[in-house]
Ligand binder design. Sequence first.
Ligand SMILES: O=C(O)C[C@H](Nc1ncnc2c1ncn2[C@@H]1O[C@H](COP(=O)(O)O)[C@@H](O)[C@H]1O)C(=O)O
Length: 541
Amino acid sequence: MDVLTSPTPRASRVRGACPSLAAGSSSRLRPSFRPFLVKFGSLPPLRSSLKVSSPISSAEEVEKNDAADLAIWDLTSGTVSLSPLDGRYMQKVKDLRPFFSEYGLIRYRVLVEVKWLQKLSQIPEVVEVPQFSQDAHLFLESIIDNFDITDAIEVKKIEKITNHDVKAVEYFLKQKCKSHLEIAKVLEFFHFACTSEDINNLAHALSLKEALSDVVFPVMVDLCKEISTMAKEHAHIPMLSHTHGQPASPTTLGKEMANFAVRLSERGKAFSKIRILGKFAGAVGNYNAHKVAYPDINWKCIAAEFVQSLGVDFNAYVTQIEPHDYIAELFNNIIQFNNILTDLDRDIWSYISLGYFKQITKAGEIGSSTMPHKVNPIDFENSEGNLCLANAILSALSMKLPISRMQRDLTDSTVLRNLGVGLGYSLLAYKSALQGIKKLQVNESRLNEDLDQTWEVLAEPIQTVMRRHAVPEAYEKLKELTRGREVSKQSIREFTESLDLPEEAKAILLNLTPNSYIGEAEELAKSVDEAVDLVNGFKLP
Ligand SMILES: O=C(O)C[C@H](Nc1ncnc2c1ncn2[C@@H]1O[C@H](COP(=O)(O)O)[C@@H](O)[C@H]1O)C(=O)O
C-alpha cells in the first residue's frame, strides 16, 4: 500500500493520475526522464524538433533509474498535475491516497468480494461451497493483504475489455484463484448473487470509515487541542472586543479561542452518532436471485451478518443502492466543522491585521515580493480558501448522492470517486490552520495599547452599577459623556467621582480599567477542558 503514498511512475497509470496541461515545462526536464512522462500520459508528446537524443522507452528501464530521477518524478508529476491535491499539496494529503485513489477503491472491492466468498463457505445450506480449509482461507486472505499496485493495474487491464469496473475485479479474482485447487472448484461463487453496488457501497463505506479514523479525525483533534492550548495559555490576556468591528467590552484572547475549541469539539462529538451504513441485498434490494437459488436461507440475516462483520451498520431498506443518506449526514457535519474553522481563520486573520498576533518569521522566507517588510497571514488564507473548496465539494456530494432515479441510476458512481477530494481539501485546510497557529506570537503591548485608548468601554459597567443604585437616567448620562467623544482615563474617573453612589460601589468603579473589565473570561478560558473532551479523539459509532 506504501506505493500509493508516493507517486511512483507505475502508480501514475491508474485512473486518478491527472494528465498534464503543462506542456511548457517539458523541455526543461532531464532528457532521460521526459519520454517516460510522455509514455505514461503525464506530458503531451514533444514536437519533433524538440525530441531528445537517447530516450528511455520502457517503465522497467526508468524503474532502474537512480533516486534522483524519482525525486524529479515527484517534483515533475506535482508540477504538471491537473489537481493541486495531487500536485502542489500532494505531500500534505497523500495519506488519503490509499483510501480514495482508484487503487484504494479496487483494493476495497477485492476485500469485499473475497470476504463474501469466505462467508458463503460458512453457510451450511450452500453445499456447493464447502467449508474452506485453513490453506484456502490463508490463500484468500493473502490476496487482500498482498494486494498491490501491480494487481490494481491487472484489474484495470481487464476493465479495458469488460468496460465494467466491478466485473473486472471478479474476473481478476477468478484468474488469481484458479491455481488453488480447492478454490478453483468454486470460482463461480465469486460475486455470487451480487450486484456491483453490493460491492461498491461496502468499499466506499470502508474507505470513508478508515480514512476518517486513521487520517482525518486525528488532524481535526490536533487542531482542537492546539486551539484549547491557546485558550489556556492566553486565558488571562485581556483583549478589546470588536462587535461590528467597533471597540466593545473587553474579553481575553484565551476566552475567544476557547469558544472555537468548544464549537469544533461539539462537531467532533457529533460524529459518534453518525452510523456508516451498508447494504448487501442484490439487484433491487430484495434478495430476488438469492431466494430463487437457495429458497431456505434467511438472506436478510446473512446479509446483515456479513455487512456487520466488516464493521459497517446494516441497512435493510434499500433499492439497488445504499441510498447514501449517511454520507450526506457525515459530510454535513464536516461542512459545519469547516464553517467554524473558517470563522476562526478569519478572526485570527483580523487579529493579525490589528497587530494582536505577530507571526514567527523564518530565515529565507519572503512575505511580499515587493514590500520587504511584510509577514502575510498566508497559512490562514490558504486554510480559508481550501475550506471554501472543501465545502463546495462536500455539499455538492451531500446534495446529489441521496438522489437516484427509481431503483438506481449510475450518476453516483462518478460522483463517489470524489469522496477523497472533499476530504482532501478539508485535510489540507486543517494542516494549514495548524501551521499558522504554530507561528503565532501574542503581542501583548499592542493589545494593551488598544485597551488603554478605549476607556469609553467602561461606560457599560458604570451605567450598570448606577442603575443598580437607582441613579436616574444612567444610560443617558453615560451616552452624553462617551458617544462619539474623546474619552480618557481622566474624564471617566472625574465622572465616576461625581456620582451619587455608595463608597464601596464607587471604589470598585474607580479601580476598574479596560484591562480588568473582562468578566469571567479568564475562568471560562481556563476551564475549557471541561467543555472540550478530546481524550478519546473523534470517533464514529
Ligand atoms: O451489477 C450491475 O452492474 C448492475 C447494473 N448497475 C450498475 N451498478 C454499478 N456499476 C455499474 C452498473 N452498470 C454499469 N456499471 C459500471 O460502473 C462504472 C461507471 O463508471 P464511472 O461513470 O466512471 O464511475 C462502469 O465501469 C460501468 O460499467 C444494472 O444494470 O443495474
